[in-house]
Design a protein around this ligand. Sequence first.
Ligand code: ARG
Length: 579
Amino acid sequence: MADPQQVLSARVRDALVAAYGAAYADADPLIRPSQFADYQSNVALSLAKQLGKAPRDIAAEIVGHLDVGDIAEPPTVSGPGFVNFRLSNAWIAAATTEMLADPRVGTPRTTNPKTVIVEYSSPNIAKEMHVGHLRSTIVGDAIARVTDFMGDHLIRDNHVGDWGTPFGMLIEHLVDVGEDSAEAGLLRTDPNAFYQHARVKFDSDPAYADRARERVVKLQSGNDPATMQLWQDLVDMSKAYLRDTYARLRVTLTDDDIRGESFYNDMLADVAEDLEAEGLARISDGALCVFPQGFTNRDGTPLPVIIRKSDGGYNYSSTDLATVRYRVDKVNVDRAIYVVGSDQALHFRMIFAAAREAGWLPAGKDFEHAQIGMVQGKDGQRLRTRAGDNVKLSDLLTEGVQRARTLLDEAERDDEGLDLDAIAEDVGIGAIKYADLSTSRDSAYIFDWDRMISFKGNTGPYLQYATTRIRSIFRRAGLGEDTPGGPIVITEPAERELGLKLLGFGAIVTQVADTAEPHRLCGYLFEVASLFTAFYEQCPVLKADDEETRQSRLALCAATLRVLTTGLGLLGVPLPERM
Ligand code: ARG
C-alpha cells in the first residue's frame, strides 16, 4: 500500500484502539496533507467531547500508542491538538518504487462496486450542441472515465432531446427538401442550420406551420409508420453529427450510450396516472401538476411541476420523472450523476423531490445533479460570435486547433520530423477540454483563448508539454519509458517533495470519483508538473554523479510520467508523444 493517507490512517486507528478500546476501530483518523507537516491528524479534536478530555491530552495519548517508527519520524503534537507526521525518506522511496510497478499507480479499486449512471452531453438532436453541452460532454466524460477506473459498473447515458413539438417542423422540412438533398445533409454537419431554416419557414409560412402541427399529432400518436420512419431518419442523421463531434473531442460516448427522451415516451401516461392515483398530482389551470413539499413561489404559493399540459401533451418533466423511475426499477442503479447546466438546478431538485414523495427514489439511491456552470464571453454574458450569434461548436474547435498551431510555431524548439498538424489537433482540443475541466465544474468562467492556449499556468498545453519533456529524457538516454530504472532513493528536498506528491495520486482520484469534481485532479496534476520542473532544475538526471542516483532519478521521472499520463488519460486530454 503506497498511499500515505491510508497507511497513516491505519496506524492511527491502531493507536486509538490501543488507547481507548475496540470501539474506535472504525473511527476516521482525519489524516490530511498539511502545510506544517507532510500529513496531519485532527482526530484528537473530534474526540474531545466523547472522551471528556482536552484535545492536546488525547493527541499526546495517541502519540504514546503510535507505532510509526518504520515509516516516519517521531510524530509531534502542535496547536490545539494536531498530530503531525513527517514521513521518512526511506519510506517515500520504497513507496514510490512500489507505485511504479503498480498498473493502477497507487489507486485502490473501490471495495464495494456500485452501478453508476453518468448522464452527460445530452444535446437536443437536430440542433447544434452549444458550449454548454460541450462542457457537460467534456466534464461528464472525465467523471465517467474515473468512475470506470474505480471499478464501479459504469453506464454512460446520453439523454438527448429527440422528441417533442419541434420534430413536427423538422420532419416537414425534411419532406420538403428530400432526404438526399444538400439541405438534409446539413443534419450530419451543421444541424443547427437545418433547424434555423425550418424555423424561419415555420414563422413565415402558415401552410407549412399547419403541416408541422399535424405532423406532431401523427408523431405523438406513434401509429403512423411513415412519420415514425421520417423521425428515425432525422435522428439517425443527427447521430452521425454527434459521432463526428465526439470523435474529434476524443469523448468516449457511442451510439449505444444514447437513450434519448423518446425512449421514455410510452412510460409517460403511467407516470401521470400513478401520480394521480397516489394523490400527489392534481389539475391546476388545466394542467396536471405535482407540488413537491418545500418549493414555493415568492408569494408563498406552492410551486408546481407540470407533468401533463392542458392540451394533454407530456413534457420535459414528465420524461425526467419516468427516467428516474426507469433507472431505479429497471437499471437498478445505485448512483446517478446528472451532468447538466446549473440553470436546471431547480428543475432537478423538484424532480428528485417529487420522485421521492412518490416512492420512486428510495433512500440509499444517490441521485445528484452535477451542475455545470456557464461558459461566458468577455462581457460576462453567454458566449456569442461578434455578430451576436451562438458560437458554432465546430468553428470553436477549429479555431482552437489553429491557435494551438500558432503557439507551436512560435515556441523555440526542435520540431524536425514532427507531424505538426496532428500535434496541433491534440494541443488545441486538449487546451479547450482542460479549460472546461480545471475550473470547478459548477462555476462559470470566462472563455479566453490566450489563457487556455498557453504553455504557462494550469493549462492543457503546459501539462502535455510536461509529459513530452519526460519522454524526451528517456529518448535521449536511449531507454524505453517502461524500463524505468530504480530503485528510487530520496536525498534531495526536491526529490522528496515530488515523491510525496506522486504518492497522493490514488487519494485524489478516489476523491474525484466521490465528488464528481474533475478539477481536483487538474489542480493536483499541475502541482505534480510544477514539482517535477523544480526537481529537474535542481537534480541532474542523465548527468547524475553516480549510476545509482541516475537510476533513481530516471525512476522518479518514470513515476511522474505515469502519474501525469494516467491522470490526463482519466481527464480525456489527448497526449502527443512529442511536441
Ligand atoms: N437536452 C437537455 C438540454 O439541452 C438536457 C438534458 C439533461 N438531462 C435530463 N435528464 N434532463 O437542455
